[in-house]
Write a protein that binds this ligand. Structure first.
Ligand SMILES: Nc1nc2c(ncn2[C@@H]2O[C@H](COP(=O)(O)OP(=O)(O)OP(=O)(O)O)[C@@H](O)[C@H]2O)c(=O)[nH]1
Length: 463
């Protein structure tokens, strides 16, 4: 009897020590059921998750993170084994407006499946770490570019407008273009739609500002075939000083080499780099850009618009009565509808637009250099196209519709704006107007639209 009491006491002490550990652990820990219902949560997790919970009620892990990491539920459901790491160090990007914070925050989430009924989540604030990593990656890319064998590259001189100043064998070797390419903008090496004249100048400005500018993506050969390449642009150290915005015609100075372009065929590295990019920037369900990719693209576009005044349009799309579709056909069927909507978006927008899934059934498209009329027309086209589609799931054919809100940042307004959050808020107000106006429609933001932040119909705290 005494032995039984002692072992019970030991058990209690161990349990107490475990609880103490959970409470004092320097990272957030959450134990949940397979449906996300929270069983145990330590103070750090509560601190990090509470501001995200739509209703302030921290009872379900998936619900708390639904707006900022809509993939979780699906990934857990699809995890093939009865225990193991569902994912490790998933970065969840929170905007300032997600939490009423002054600065954005990045959380790292690791999710372990303990057995068929239990999940354990480890949550950390990695904002500072990620910033440092990003700086290191940029330096790495630059060093790599310098150190790799020069024969892999096409090397070209560009004038201050980004036009090719001369031609050499390396250009022919990598791209197949002949001497006639001299005088063309370097976008001649990019597929149609992948670069606008503004983007071309943006890259030059970024090179002026940062010392270099690098991008990776599909490139074009003279015969029309495409390859996966990187393009590094760096200002020449001994170029004549000039102001890019100075459009005075001075022929000699106009044609003088001002930048070097290093174009590289990295097709053999595409698989590895695509895998890395997909993991970090793609939405797991739809393969569209995820929230992180969207906000990074938005910051870049706003920065560009602040330097070179231009319009920037944002369209937010939201599937109508989606809860009803889930309730009637099941969550997996709902997922299929979301994938169908993603395909429709992909087919409708240009390569220079950023098409992203930014919440569960919410999508956003950023259209650089686009005005209101054009954005409205393309959003309308998408809504009409979707309303005529049927998604076949398990013998049923599901019809669905979407509503859209459009907001445009006027040329010259980027510098004075409160960033992308303000633009999202406007597009959201317009979306709300489209919803209350009957759904399956597009609405544009106007100053008289009500601020719906606290209305119960739409509880969105993201953006
Ligand atoms: N299948 C599926 N459903 C999701 C996902 N993310 C969110 N949802 C569901 O989307 C639904 C959104 O519901 P509500 O916000 O009430 O909006 P709604 O029913 O679309 O109604 P309106 O937006 O007002 O037209 C909820 O039922 C969520 O569970 C997902 O990844 N997959």
């Amino acid at each position: 009897m005494i032995a039984a009491d002692e072992s019970l006491e030991t058990l209690r002490a161990e349990h107490e020590a475990l609880i103490q550990f959970l409470y004092l652990a320097p990272v957030g820990l959450v134990q949940a059921g397979m449906d996300g219902e929270i069983v145990m949560i330590n103070p750090i997790s509560a601190q990090l998750l509470m501001p995200l919970s739509p209703d302030g009620n921290l009872t379900n892990l998936f619900a708390a993170l639904e707006d900022v990491a809509p993939d979780l539920r699906l990934q857990c459901r699809q995890y093939p084994s009865n225990h193991g790491m569902v994912f490790e160090g998933l970065h969840i990007h929170l905007r300032a407006s997600d939490q009423g914070r002054a600065t954005p925050q990045i959380l790292s989430l690791t999710l372990l499946k303990l057995d068929d009924t239990r999940l354990m989540a480890v949550i950390k604030d990695v904002t500072a770490e990620v910033r440092r990593e990003r700086q290191l990656r940029q330096s790495d890319a630059w060093l790599n570019a310098i150190l790799t064998r020069i024969s892999d590259y096409a090397l070209a001189a560009l004038d201050r407008h980004g036009r090719l100043c001369d031609w050499n064998d390396s250009i022919a070797r990598v791209t197949g273009f002949g001497e006639h390419v001299v005088g063309s903008p370097y976008s001649v090496f990019y597929p149609q739609d992948a670069m606008t004249p503004e983007h071309l100048l943006d890259r030059l400005r970024e090179a002026d500002h940062n010392g270099w500018s690098m991008d990776e993506g599909l490139r074009l050969r003279a015969d029309g075939s495409q390859f996966w390449g990187s393009a590094l642009i760096a200002p020449l150290p001994d170029r004549e000083a000039f102001d890019l915005d100075d459009r005075d015609v001075d022929h000699d100075r106009d044609c003088a080499p001002a930048y070097c372009l290093i174009l590289r065929d990295i097709s053999d590295k595409r698989a590895a780099s695509e895998k890395r990019r997909q993991a970090a920037f793609c939405d797991h369900l739809t393969s569209l850009a995820n929230r992180r990719a969207f906000f990074e693209a938005a910051d870049l576009e706003l920065d560009r618009a602040a330097h070179t005044p231009r319009q920037l349009a944002l369209v937010v799309f939201d599937a109508d009565h989606f809860k009803h579709i889930n309730d009637r056909h099941g969550h997996p069927a709902g997922d299929r509808v979301l994938c169908d909507l993603a395909n429709a978006l992909r087919d409708t927008f240009r390569a220079v637009d950023t098409v992203a899934r930014i919440g569960g059934e919410e999508f956003a498209v950023l259209l650089p250099s686009t005005g209101l009329a054009q954005a409205l027309a393309i959003a309308e086209r998408l809504c009409v196209a979707v309303s005529t589609r049927l998604v076949a799931v398990d013998g049923a054919e599901i019809a669905y519709t979407v509503s859209a809100g459009v907001a445009v940042l006027a040329a010259g307004a980027a510098g004075a704006s409160n960033g992308i959050d303000a633009l999202i808020k406007r597009a959201d107000q317009a979306l709300y107007a489209a919803k209350t106006g009957g759904r399956n429609r597009v609405a544009a933001w106007t100053p008289d639209l009500p601020n719906h932040e606290n209305t119960p119909q739409r509880s969105r705290h993201a953006g």
